[in-house]
Design a protein around this ligand. Structure first.
Ligand code: NA7
Length: 542
């Protein structure tokens, strides 16, 4: 019970994932600010603290997927290109060992209300267990996966076996050996649980609503020597510099020529080359017009289907997992990376149920009933059903603007921000890795640094210029929304239901939630506002 805790600090950060940790370090250690952090969980690491489900692994390669803090990366060694979540938790322990982050994080502190006092010009933030903090600057770094999505099938509470949402999976205590397992959902999470769980489960059934157009993970082990060499020869420095200059925050870009500029043979060679390089290359380094042009997109899909279908021998599973006709435009839902997912699913003791055609209608004590009346008997249910992305978590923090209107009300029918980082009526509140920013299409640590450095620059300039508070203007919010929507309207995203546009959650307002102009253009927008006297902000001087 934290009822007696009263904290007063210059900067309060909510969330101790990559974003929170990076900003604590910059503000506290480099600039000497007083900083505290409220974290809902019991440790730092954000999604990597929460996600302990079997097979959980990052699907961006290291060292691209780590912070550019030399004192941290010079003293850390990875075991492989795509580490699992336990290794990333060890990385965060190392971050703490070097930077002593945890001493200023207050754990088990889910924020339930945040109000701005116009007289003192301070935020008051309260947690579920009664802790109270006041601060001048409030930084929300809660990420996009703070609110889990639970389906509401009748009878869920009657299930007699083990059932968890993947991101509440208890670390290491559920053994699949000899068990019958249901995995519901085929996003990145469902694919990973299935790929891992199929190796030990007696039987495993994947309930798929929409196919995941998975790409090959170019997983390999790393030696200490090669990492040392790359740190010494400047490869790390070059990579960290380069990744800030691209669309996706990875150190490579799209191909700018059109898909149909190439002959069928050249195109095949290009697609094949990207496929062999692996990872997200086939997604975020392919021909750019794949995201704009239906014909180009179909060519990309056909290549994917050809590669994938060849790996699935069971004809029924092949049609469900990798149909000849695209279920949606290639790349408009997030592809998962896999190693042997298709081979695992092809085994006779692994089953695939197409729940778009044959939906789940009920959960019984001993299993799951589909519309055709079949009872799928299982001992374990893994709910890999995703998140009420970005806005879900935001709306639950009890944020209230200076006019007293809760953010949940302001955002009832859609999101309003300037640059994805500030809201009208919320002075000195900054958002990291949220809606209307490139979040979903950008390597997390790169995005953290670009947005984080901007917040640092803004607060330093405010102090230097005697600015007491800034907040987005309503006009800037309208203009930014127009820009975000206009960019994505030219692309193929709107035709696909996904967490990019709220289409994954029943009743959620459906609008493009992320900025699709790429990180390098977005960074220019941030810089332009900064260089032009905080353009788009109400600036109040002391
Ligand atoms: P995702 O990508 O949102 O995937 C959730 C999956 O669950 C997806 O296949 C959904 O099908 C499915 N789903 C959601 N609700 C239901 C219901 N009610 N019934 C059946 N199936 C359902 O979440 P993840 O956790 O896999 O990944 C989230 C991100 O975290 C990931 O992209 C990485 O960035 C890390 P749908 O496709 O909506 O038809």
């Amino acid at each position: 019970n934290g009822a007696s805790q009263q904290i007063d600090t210059e900067i309060l950060i909510i969330g101790a994932g990559f974003g929170g940790v990076y900003l604590m370090h910059r503000f506290r250690d480099e600039l000497g600010f007083e900083v505290k952090c409220f974290e809902a969980g019991k440790d730092i690491g954000g999604v990597w603290h929460w996600n302990c489900y079997p097979g959980c692994r990052v699907d961006s390669p290291v060292p691209v997927y780590e912070l550019d803090l030399p004192e941290v990366w010079k003293t850390w060694t990875w075991s492989c290109k795509y580490p699992d979540s336990a290794e990333i938790r060890r990385y965060f322990d190392h971050v703490d060992k070097i930077l002593q982050i945890k001493k200023d994080v207050i754990f088990d502190s889910a924020v339930v209300s945040s109000d701005f006092d116009a007289n003192t010009k301070k935020w008051t933030v309260k947690t579920e267990d009664g802790k109270v903090a006041t601060c001048r600057y409030l930084i929300i770094a809660t990420g996009f996966a703070a609110k889990r999505h639970f389906p509401d099938w009748p009878g869920m509470e009657t299930f007699a076996g083990v059932m968890h949402h993947a991101s509440f999976w208890p670390e290491g205590v559920v053994d699949f050996s000899g068990k019958r397992v249901a995995v519901i959902g085929t996003g990145a999470t469902g694919i990973q649980i299935t790929q891992e769980g199929a190796k030990t489960a007696r039987e495993l059934t994947v309930f798929q609503r929409t196919p995941n157009l998975c790409l090959p993970m170019d997983q390999r082990s790393f030696t200490e020597k090669e990492q040392q060499d790359n740190k010494a020869n400047g490869s790390y420095d070059e990579l960290f510099r380069k990744r800030r200059t691209t669309f996706s925050g990875f150190p490579w870009n799209f191909l700018t020529k059109k898909t149909t500029d190439d002959s069928p043979e050249e195109r095949e060679k290009t697609f094949e080359g990207l496929w062999q390089e692996g990872g997200f290359k086939s997604w975020l380094s392919t021909y750019q017009d794949v995201f704009f042009d239906k014909e180009a997109n179909r060519l990309a899909y056909d290549f994917w289907a050809k590669k994938t279908r060849a790996r699935i021998q069971d004809p029924v599973k092949r049609e469900i997992l990798a149909p000849l006709e695209p279920p949606y435009a290639f790349g408009t839902k997030r592809p998962s990376l896999e190693i042997d997912f298709y081979e695992q699913v092809d085994k006779p003791n692994i089953h695939v149920v197409d729940i778009k055609k044959n939906p789940i209608v009920q959960v019984k004590p001993n299993g799951i009933v589909t519309a055709d009346g079949e009872l799928h008997e299982v001992d374990i249910i893994a709910l890999a059903t995703g998140f009420d992305t970005v806005t879900g978590g935001f709306k639950e923090m009890g944020l209230r603007g200076i006019d007293g209107v809760p953010l949940s009300e302001k955002w009832r029918t859609g999101v309003w921000t300037h640059l994805g980082m500030s809201c009208a009526g919320y002075p000195n509140m900054f958002i990291m890795y949220g809606a209307q920013a490139p979040t979903a299409f950008v390597n997390g640590p790169t995005s953290t640094e670009v947005q984080g450095d901007w917040i640092v620059d803004v607060i330093m300039k405010m102090k230097k210029d005697g600015v007491e508070s800034i907040e987005a203007t309503k006009e800037a919010e309208k203009e930014w929304k127009r820009k975000v929507l206009e960019l994505s309207d030219k692309m193929l995203f709107s035709g696909t239901d996904s967490w990019y546009n709220g289409g994954n959650i029943p009743g959620k307002p459906r609008e493009q939630l992320f900025y699709t102009g790429g990180l390098q253009v977005y960074a220019k927008e941030l810089k332009e506002s900064f260089d032009n006297g905080f353009r788009g902000f109400v600036v109040v001087r002391a």
